[in-house]
Design a protein around this ligand. Structure first.
Ligand code: ATP
Ligand code: MG
Length: 579
């Protein structure tokens, strides 16, 4: 990739000494302090030269790997007609994250938060035969999402840059191959960007579809909870992680006891009930009333387990799902909140798999201040279905291999989906197959947040003094610091090196400001350029310059006449470590 060289005195990096109060997380603080970004409005940023250069480096890597994988670059518009979104059904479904407006002819329009509709429209107009398939198209372009809580700087912005790719295949098998190809390309992209990441199984959420992986950068400040196996390569978004029911549950062997109603004045929560009745929370059943567009339902989970709303939504195939309000709970159970139970409930009842094994449970009596003990399913109540409805816990084991699990946080930098024919059916993007029959194209979509990759890299790689850029996404590869600018020899050696290294094709940042050495070294630490070359009177006495990696305190002295090649080699070594 072409590298650019610049002089500090003729560049524009407004650094900040103080930690900006508005920035909660370290990457946001450092991007502001290193003069990479400035906020214009909530979730909307100016990219300054130092930030823009890092974004361009990431874009370059993404573009190279997409091209290598056979994807073809296009550029689709940011403004999209509302009609297309009505055709796909997402105009109503997408919610307030979609920024909508009318143009002067009163046509509904929106700013594109994603491009499934637009690309499917293009493909239905231009692709008609199996001979034109498969094809993968991609773009690197601005997206707008009116995020409810923009935060963490460019990590969760309203306006941001996304690489989005879309695959079109004749059948499921072909679509699987395209998905696999993108999966491999994503691994290469994030490895080359210097990130520590995992591909995790994910829920398909609002975009919808059949299968998906998220690429998660492991970091404590991540907004996503992930669980991974210590033994095999299983990793999953916490909300998606499957729970396998263990067979060795001794409670199954218990004899069914007689049903008994007990007075529990003012006792509602799991903790209160377990204490009052002196039973473990695993004997309790929580009966949770939810409101859906299909009407209210009851979901049953064990007292020590937490309901997973994503799983419940998927099992119900519901679009809307929310905890019922007190009035609805009263309508459904005849009691105030905190006393719901399964016996006699007239609504649909679903139970977590763990309830299948339970005997003599404790639950609410659907009466104020009353619970029932020794409840047994089958004898006392029935459910429509048992399903995996709960969050995985640290006492669960890997659903693939039974190994121990590890819990952590992740930043989602990329997401790949198998969409099937969701959009192509809705928009009638058909092709003629070999037998001349009209068939919907099978689709996949693949996104990467460009700014988020830069922010995640900084989140993962920094110290108390500033950024430590992976070489591949650093705005410059080398920074040269002439420490005493007034000394003619220092100036000359620095200038010669600057020219020579630039000619060798590396990106060099020459700090030619007339400032104290300590000041320059501090700024160099903040900016995080991976290779630092100090030219000073002290080492020139030995006809040498100093090289130091930003990631490593060790300093090496190199003779001036060998310096350009030696420095170039150090840079190359950093690139090689990312292969
Ligand atoms: P999230 O769960 O973080 O909101 P998403 O599932 O909405 O992400 P996708 O629709 O899959 O994200 O978008 C693809 C990629 O775009 C994400 O993996 C992420 O890297 C990036 N991205 C999404 N929303 C934002 C945002 N508000 N700001 C910056 N990057 C974003
Ligand atoms: Mg989102």
């Amino acid at each position: 990739m072409a590298s650019i060289s610049r002089r500090y005195s003729q560049f524009f990096i407004p650094t900040l000494k103080e930690v900006p109060a508005e920035a909660e997380i370290i990457s946001h603080q450092l991007m502001l302090r290193a003069g990479m970004i400035r906020k214009l409005a909530a979730g909307i940023y100016n990219y300054l030269p130092f930030g823009l250069m890092a974004l361009k480096k990431v874009e370059g890597i993404v573009r190279e790997e997409m091209d290598k994988a056979g994807a073809i670059e296009v550029l689709l518009p940011g403004v999209q007609p509302g009609d297309l979104w009505m055709e796909s059904g997402r105009w109503d479904y997408y919610g307030p994250e979609l920024l909508r407006f009318r143009d002067r002819h009163n046509r509904e329009s929106c700013l594109g938060p994603t491009h499934e509709e637009v690309i499917t429209d293009l493909v239905r107009r231009e692709i008609h035969s199996y001979k034109q398939l498969p094809i993968i198209l991609y773009q690197i372009q601005t997206k707008f999402r009116d995020e409810i809580r923009p935060r963490f700087g460019v990590m969760r912005a309203r306006e941001f840059t996304m690489k989005d790719a879309y695959s079109f295949d004749v059948d499921e098998e072909g679509s699987n191959r395209s998905y696999e190809r993108m999966h491999v390309a994503y691994e290469a992209i994030f490895r080359r960007c210097g990130l520590k990441f995992r591909a995790v199984e994910a829920d398909t959420g609002a975009i919808g579809g059949s299968f998906s992986h998220e690429f998660m950068v492991l970091s404590d400040t991540g907004e996503d909870d992930i669980v991974s196996c210590q033994n095999c390569n299983y990793a999953s978004n916490l909300e998606k992680a499957e729970v396998i029911v263990r067979e060795d549950d001794s409670r199954c062997a218990e004899r069914q006891k007689e049903l008994q109603v007990v007075d529990t004045p003012g006792i509602r929560t799991v903790d209160e009930v377990t204490e009052f009745l002196s039973v473990g929370p695993e004997k309790l059943v929580k009966t949770l009333i939810y409101q859906t567009e299909q009407g209210p339902i009851a979901a049953l989970v064990r007292g020590d387990h937490e309901l997973n709303e994503t799983k419940l939504r998927n099992v119900l195939n519901a679009q809307e799902l929310a905890m019922a309000d007190p009035e609805t709970v009263f309508d459904v159970t005849g009691a105030p909140m905190g006393f719901a139970g399964a016996i006699g409930l007239k609504v649909r009842k679903l139970a977590d798999f763990a309830l299948k094994e339970m005997k003599n449970m404790v639950m609410g009596a659907n009466e104020k201040d009353r619970h029932i003990v020794n409840v047994n399913e089958g004898r006392d109540f029935q459910v429509e279905q048992h399903a995996d409805l709960r969050m995985i816990t640290s006492s669960d084991l890997c659903p693939r291999c039974g190994g121990e699990l590890r819990f952590g946080k992740g930043i989602e930098v990329g997401h790949i989906f198998k969409l099937g024919t969701k959009y192509t059916k809705a928009l009638k993007a058909n092709f003629l197959d070999k037998n001349g029959e009209e068939t919907p194209i099978v689709m996949g979509c693949y996104g990467i947040g460009i700014e988020r990759v830069v922010a995640a890299a900084i989140e993962q790689s920094h110290d108390d003094n500033g950024i430590i850029f992976p070489v591949s996404i650093s705005p410059f590869e080398i920074t040269i610091l002439p420490l005493e600018l007034h000394e003619a020899r220092v100036r000359k050696v620095a200038e010669d090196l600057y020219r020579h290294l630039s000619d060798l094709g590396t990106g060099v940042f020459l700090d030619d400001r007339d400032e104290r050495p300590g000041f320059k070294l501090k700024d160099a630490d903040l900016l995080g350029i991976p290779v630092r070359v100090a030219v000073s009177v002290r080492t020139l006495k030995e006809d040498s310059i100093e090289i130091r990696l930003r990631s490593d305190p060790d300093v090496r002295l190199i003779p001036i006449n060998k310096a350009p090649e030696a420095i170039k080699e150090v840079v190359q070594g950093l690139y090689d470590s990312l292969k």
